[in-house]
Design a protein around this ligand. Structure first.
Ligand code: C2O
Length: 586
């Protein structure tokens, strides 16, 4: 297999044809004519969740928000820090997960792993040759034969073998769906999504899956493929997963999204027509935004999550988009819970899960390699010493830490080098600005009702004016502190699929902007998951970097911005506690 192939964009990728997709030019026909608008408070509103177990860190969050007070060292010498990495779960206390749906009721899912008396601390084994994970659309027959054979053997292992295909799929179910409590906190679910654990957990999970496959075919150099959904030639579900006779096939997939249909990375559950050219532009712009404009560890990797914290403090950029939309795009809407890929409890039962996550994993080193001093990992031991349990290729239970997986090379693998066309697709302002410092709110208020009632229930388009504590910052100040828009206390039921979009200074309520426009600041997504019966609502936040966006919109001198929120999926099921601008320095 070629290990260092550079692909260029095929000219056929730019042809115009029609594909199912959300129609970006369509008016907001899913919202009522009445547009509600609110004026955000200055952020001093009482936190209505002050009784949450997370409370003891609330003050710390505030300090992190005021980064200039504590400076760049706040991650290592925060005076409020407690040494509190999340500990690997206690397998003896694993419990069944519950899958619920508003319409279909509840099922119990047993996804606890076999127990083991002995736990080994992980040390990456010595290897003689770097393994190169190939792009799935580029593999040859010899590779495919090995891969399908390995998965066949994994599926043939006894049910109770921790390396068997279903046991491996259940690892994901258990870590995502409340099967474990945090060690020492019986009322706090352990959750590896929606936080800084997302990248390291999935990296290690894939690593052990790959090692098991390699062992089964007696090829220690075997490397799993990645679904190259960030480049046009990789947009379709990789063909190797679409052969009904293959061990890589899964029938629980959306039949409208099989090859050669191209993925919409902005997918929100509705297919409508869009030209291939516009789809590519949208997807590439979205990748640019999610990787290039997120310039600090917490923005990219996710929010801090320590022992004793409530789960789901906040997703990093890639976890949110395109990770979740890709899951939803593959999952089968004919299934009650959108199995397999459309629900966390079942996602890893589809072999394409591992190719999807390999591409997610590939974004981590790519992000770190881009210019910018702050594109680096966290340095705090609260992250580095967080740990997880996995069964390795010899069926030994292994405890691996975040610090064991910061770089893929010591783990013995790298990714095949392919083109990154999205590096050059910076979103552009939709229309030229009329001039600096104009009062956006004044223009907008003509068509909107002003209110300042939080929480906002997102059942229709909502427009809010948000004050900016600092304006006209110098280039140096901007490099030092990223201006971020924070949506706090986003609350929803965990089992509802959600997507809402966030626009900045989008003044025309009739026509939405799209990912290729600077005005489109990002989205919030939720993939349904199981939970303990009677589980609490998800309570999380969304942090969007806006320094670059405000430059592009020529709005840096403005006293405030106008934020427009548009529910796309799960309308009326989400509430937002507050919205404000902060400055983060990591
Ligand atoms: Cu653990 Cu893609 O989810």
């Amino acid at each position: 297999m070629a290990s260092n192939v550079t692909l260029s964009l095929p000219s056929s990728a730019i042809q115009t044809s029609f594909l199912p997709r959300f129609n970006k030019k369509r008016p907001f026909n899913f919202v009522s004519n009445k547009v509600v608008s609110c004026r955000a408070s200055n952020g001093n509103q009482n936190n209505e969740h002050s009784s949450s177990p997370n409370n003891r860190f609330d003050r710390r969050d505030v300090l992190l928000g005021l980064g200039s007070v504590y400076g760049a060292s706040n991650l290592v010498s925060d005076p409020f820090a407690l040494a509190a990495p999340i500990a690997a779960p206690d397998l003896d206390l694993c419990q069944k997960a519950t899958v619920t749906s508003k319409t279909a009721g509840t099922i119990k899912v047993a996804c606890c792993p076999p127990k083991s008396a002995k736990i080994i601390d992980f040390k990456p084994p010595k290897f003689s040759k770097m393994r190169y994970r190939p792009a799935a659309q580029l593999v040859d027959q010899e590779y495919l034969d090995k891969f399908t054979k390995a998965v066949e053997l994994m599926k043939a292992l006894p049910e109770d073998d921790p390396r068997s295909f279903m046991q491996q799929a259940d690892v994901h179910c258990a870590y995502c769906n409340g099967a474990y409590d945090q060690v020492g906190f019986t009322d706090l679910e352990l959750q590896i999504h929606f936080s800084w654990l997302f990248f390291p957990f999935h990296r290690l999970y894939l690593y052990f899956w790959e090692r098991i496959l390699g062992k089964l075919i007696d090829d220690p150099d075997f490397a799993i493929p990645f679904w190259n959904w960030d480049t046009p030639s990789g947009y379709a579900l990789p063909a190797i997963y679409n052969d009904p006779k293959s061990t890589l096939y899964d029938e629980k997939r959306n039949v409208n999204h099989l090859p050669p249909v191209l993925i919409d990375l902005d997918y929100a559950g509705v297919d409508e027509e869009i030209s291939k050219r516009d789809l590519i532009k949208s997807n590439l712009s979205l990748m640019y935004r999610q990787v290039v404009t997120y310039k600090t560890p917490s923005l990219f990797l996710g929010a801090a999550y320590r022992a004793g914290d409530a789960p789901a403090p906040g997703m990093g950029s890639i976890e949110n988009v395109p990770h979740t939309p890709v899951h939803r795009w593959v999952g089968d809407p004919r299934q009650t819970y959108n199995e397999d890929m459309g629900n966390f409890y079942s996602a890893a039962r589809d072999p394409v899960f591992f190719a999807h996550h390999a591409n997610v994993d590939r974004m981590w080193p790519i992000w770190k390699s881009l210019p910018g001093k702050k594109r680096r990992d966290f340095t705090t031991t609260d992250w580095l010493d967080a740990s997880f349990l996995f069964y390795d290729e010899n069926a030994n239970l292994v405890r691996a830490k975040v610090r064991d997986c910061l770089d893929t090379r010591p783990l013995g693998y790298e990714y095949q080098k392919v083109d990154l066309p999205w590096l050059k697709t910076k979103p552009a302002p939709r229309r030229p600005r009329k001039g600096k410092g104009q009062a956006k709110a004044a223009e907008t208020s003509k068509t909107t009702v002003i209110s300042n009632t939080f929480p906002i229930v997102l059942d229709k388009l909502v427009r809010i004016e948000v004050p900016r504590p600092k304006k006209s910052r110098t280039q140096l100040e901007k490099e030092d502190e990223e201006e971020v828009l924070v949506l706090q206390n986003i609350q929803l039921d965990r089992n509802v699929p959600v997507k809402f979009d966030v626009y900045i200074n989008e003044e025309d309520g009739e026509t939405p902007t799209e990912p290729a426009d600077s005005e489109f600041a990002g989205s919030f997504t939720n993939l349904p998951r199981t939970q303990h019966s009677g589980g609490k609502k998800l309570d999380t936040k969304l942090t969007l970097p806006i320094s670059e966006l405000l430059e592009d919109l020529d709005a840096e001198g403005d006293d405030s911005i106008v934020v427009t929120l548009v529910p796309k999926l799960g309308k009326g099921q989400v509430s937002i506690g507050n919205i404000k601008i902060e400055y983060i320095r990591e």
